[in-house]
Write a new protein. Structure first.
Length: 329
C-alpha cells in the first residue's frame, strides 16, 4: 500500500510538472514582441499571398481564432495537447509539429543515450581507479583530468572539436547525420556514414560528461571505503576482486539518481552540439525554429525535450526502491 502511494505521488508530481512547463511555454511565447500570428501573417504577405487568404491559412495553422482572448487560446492549447496535437509548423509548410519532431527525435535520442553510457562507463572505471590510488601521483593526475574536463562547458568542447577536426585537419565529415549521397537503410555504407558523422558530436558529449562521472564516482567510492563492512571484509581475508564488487555495488546507489539527471543534461546540451555540428535532431530543430519564428515548432520541441527529462526522472524515482531496498522502508 505504501509503495502504491509512493508511485501515485511520483506520477502525480510528474503530471503537475508537465502541466507547469506547458503553461510556462505558452505564456512566454505569447508574451514575445510580435505575436506568432503577426509574424506568420507578415511572412505570407511578403510572399505575395492576399491578406484574406493569408489570414485563413494562419487560422488553420494555429487552430484558433486570432481574435479570441488569451485564456480561451490557452484552454484550447491544453485541450489539443491532451489529444497529442502540437499544432502545425510554419517553416515546414503546415506539416504537423508532431510529425516533424518524430522525424528528428531518433537522432538526438540515439546519440545522447550512447554518449551517456560511454561517459558513465568511462567515468565509473577511472573514478574507482582514482579512489583506490588516492594520495598517489597517478591518482591525483586522474582527479586533475576529471576536474579540468568537468570545468569546460559543453559548447566550448564542441567548438574546439569542430575547429580542430573539421577545419584545421578535416578528418571527420561535417553537417547532417549522414552523407546526402547515401541512401538511408540498413546497409553498410549508410551505417558507416552515420557513425563517421556521429564521432565528433559523440566525443563532445562524452568529454563533457566524463569529468562529472569520474569525480562523483571517486567521492562515492572513497566514502564507502571507510564503512564497517569493508573493514570486516578485509579482516575475513576475502579476495580483492570480491571486495571491489562490494564497494562498487554500494557506491553505485547515489550514482543512479545522478544518471537520470545526466540524461536530462544531455538532452539539453543537444541544442549546442547539434547546432555547432549542423546535425539533424531536436536541439537543432529548436534552434532553427527560434530563428524562423516558427512558434508552434518552438513550443512543441521545447515541450518534448522538457517532458523527456521529467519522464526519465520519474522512471528513476520508481526504480530506486528496487535497486535499494532500504528506500522501501
Amino acid at each position: 500500500m505504501a509503495l502504491a502511494r509512493y508511485i501515485a505521488a511520483k506520477l502525480l508530481a510528474g503530471i503537475v510538472m508537465i502541466w507547469a512547463v506547458a503553461t510556462f511555454t505558452f505564456f512566454i511565447v505569447h508574451s514575445l514582441p510580435g505575436s506568432p500570428v503577426d509574424a506568420a501573417l507578415a511572412q505570407k504577405l511578403a510572399a505575395g499571398i492576399p491578406y484574406e487568404e493569408a489570414q485563413q491559412q494562419i487560422q488553420a495553422i494555429y487552430n484558433f481564432v486570432p481574435t479570441d482572448s488569451l485564456w480561451s487560446q490557452y484552454r484550447d492549447y491544453l485541450w489539443r495537447l491532451l489529444h497529442g496535437d502540437l499544432g502545425q509548423s510554419i517553416s515546414y509548410g503546415g506539416v504537423p509539429v508532431r510529425s516533424v519532431i518524430l522525424d528528428n527525435a531518433p537522432w538526438t535520442l540515439s546519440l545522447a543515450v550512447v554518449a551517456l553510457l560511454i561517459s558513465f562507463a568511462l567515468g565509473l572505471g577511472v573514478g574507482v581507479l582514482a579512489a583506490m590510488k588516492r594520495n598517489t601521483a597517478s591518482g591525483n593526475g586522474l582527479t586533475l583530468s576529471g576536474s579540468f574536463l568537468h570545468g569546460i562547458p559543453t559548447f566550448i568542447t564542441a567548438t574546439l572539436l569542430f575547429f580542430i577536426f573539421t577545419t584545421k585537419w578535416p578528418v571527420f565529415p561535417y553537417g547532417d547525420a549522414y552523407d546526402i549521397n547515401v541512401t538511408p537503410g540498413f546497409s553498410g555504407p549508410f551505417i558507416a556514414s552515420v557513425i563517421s558523422h556521429a564521432i565528433l558530436p559523440l566525443a563532445a558529449y562524452v568529454i563533457s560528461g566524463y569529468g562529472a562521472w569520474m569525480l562523483v564516482t571517486k567521492s562515492s567510492v572513497v566514502s564507502v571505503l571507510g564503512d564497517d563492512f569493508v573493514v570486516a571484509a578485509e579482516l575475513r581475508g576475502i579476495t580483492t576482486g570480491r571486495k571491489m564488487r562490494y564497494i562498487v555495488r554500494n557506491a553505485m546507489l547515489p550514482l543512479f539518481t545522478i544518471l537520470a539527471l545526466s540524461a536530462g543534461y544531455l538532452f539539453g546540451g543537444s541544442l549546442f552540439i547539434e547546432t555547432i555540428f549542423n546535425r539533424q535532431g531536436l536541439g537543432a530543430l529548436q534552434f532553427n525554429s527560434i530563428g524562423a519564428r516558427d512558434y508552434p515548432l518552438m513550443m512543441g520541441s521545447f515541450l518534448v525535450l522538457t517532458v523527456s527529462v521529467i519522464l526519465v526522472n520519474i522512471i528513476a524515482d520508481l526504480l530506486y526502491p528496487i535497486i535499494d531496498p532500504r528506500v522501501r522502508r
